[in-house]
Design a protein around this ligand. Structure first.
Ligand code: SAM
Length: 288
């Protein structure tokens, strides 16, 4: 027999304030970044060559599982809203199949890549909006997606409520089940002498959604399939950024030594040894 959890007299578990927990996770991670990362506080977190590197990664990552999920519901009369569109991983395959795509993207560097790729694809039905959700004036959309954005959003309640409010059809929110940096967490702790503060996961998102009364469906999709680096040096640069740019020659040497032991050359790409990762998609239908 399973004993009741400690909580109220009826044996109910104590209530968790998932919204507050989410805020604590995001703020703790932000604080750690501010304290450790010498490059923290850049005006655009995707500045430098980060957005261009992300575009390269997206262009090489193959068929997208979220796109596959929404593909059956795309029609030429629909408007799609992509919140945190990045370099257009979803905008580009969606736009030819619908009336219009509204792409909300606050990062100047990401928008530059997005506009470039939209132009190169000859798409004339994509509106790019320079703003951060939820403070964006947009009309309702038939299908709303928000893929891998929520990790940095401290105030998750207004963010999700507004996604739900502007959606008159299907809404999809994607977030990893696991930490993106999982393969290098031991190295992070070794280099800095403290563990990396975790980002919220899909389990946290489910708790928040439940608390807000947003009860939808859950689909699990692969994350990061095909991820790899074009060279050993590209891997060093990316992993160094993920480690919050530890200064000094000793840290540099340790990163190189670690990667020499954990990177494998597979079909011309440098791939970090790691168990497969997954993301969850929380989706619901509004029916308005
Ligand atoms: C990891 S990228 C994901 C991009 C794209 N959705 C994808 O799946 O490839 C996260 C994006 O969310 C954007 N972002 C961060 N905070 C945001 C906010 N409050 N509103 C809209 N976008 C945001 C970032 O600028 C970045 O482009």
């Amino acid at each position: 027999m399973i004993s009741p959890l400690p909580g109220d007299p009826a044996g109910q578990p104590p209530e968790i304030d998932h919204v507050a927990r989410w805020r604590t996770l995001v703020r703790a991670r932000e604080e750690q970044g501010r304290r450790l990362d010498p490059l923290h506080g850049r005006p655009d977190p995707w500045g430098g060559d980060r957005a261009a590197r992300f575009r390269h990664l997206v262009s090489e990552s193959g068929p997208d599982a979220l796109f596959a999920l929404i593909r059956p519901f795309l029609r030429p009369d629909l408007t799609v809203l992509d919140v945190g569109a990045g370099v257009g991983r979803h905008v580009i395959p969606i736009a030819p199949l619908v009336r219009k795509v509204i792409a909300v993207e606050p990062s100047t560097a990401m928008r530059r890549e997005l506009q470039d790729v939209v132009h190169a694809s000859g798409l004339a039905n994509v509106d790019v909006i320079a703003a951060a959700w939820p403070d964006v004036d947009v009309t309702a959309a038939d299908l709303v997606i928000c893929s891998h954005v929520v990790y940095v959003v401290a105030e998750i309640e207004p963010f999700l409520r507004r996604l739900a409010a502007v959606c008159r059809g299907r809404c999809y929110v994607t977030c990893r089940w696991t930490q993106r940096e999982a393969p290098i967490l031991p190295l992070f702790e070794e280099v800095w002498g403290e563990p990396r503060c975790p980002e919220p996961t899909f389990a946290d998102l489910l708790g928040v959604a439940d608390q807000l009364g947003l009860r939808g469906q859950v689909t699990t999709i692969p994350f990061g399939a095909g991820r790899g680096f074009e060279s050993f040096e590209a891997a060093v640069a990316a992993i160094k950024a993920d480690l919050l740019n530890p200064p000094g020659a000793a840290a540099d040497a340790r990163i190189r030594e670690y990667l020499a032991g954990h990177l494998r050359l597979r079909e011309g790409r440098w791939v970090l040894e790691a168990p497969p990762m997954f993301a969850g998609v929380l989706w619901w239908e509004t029916g308005r």
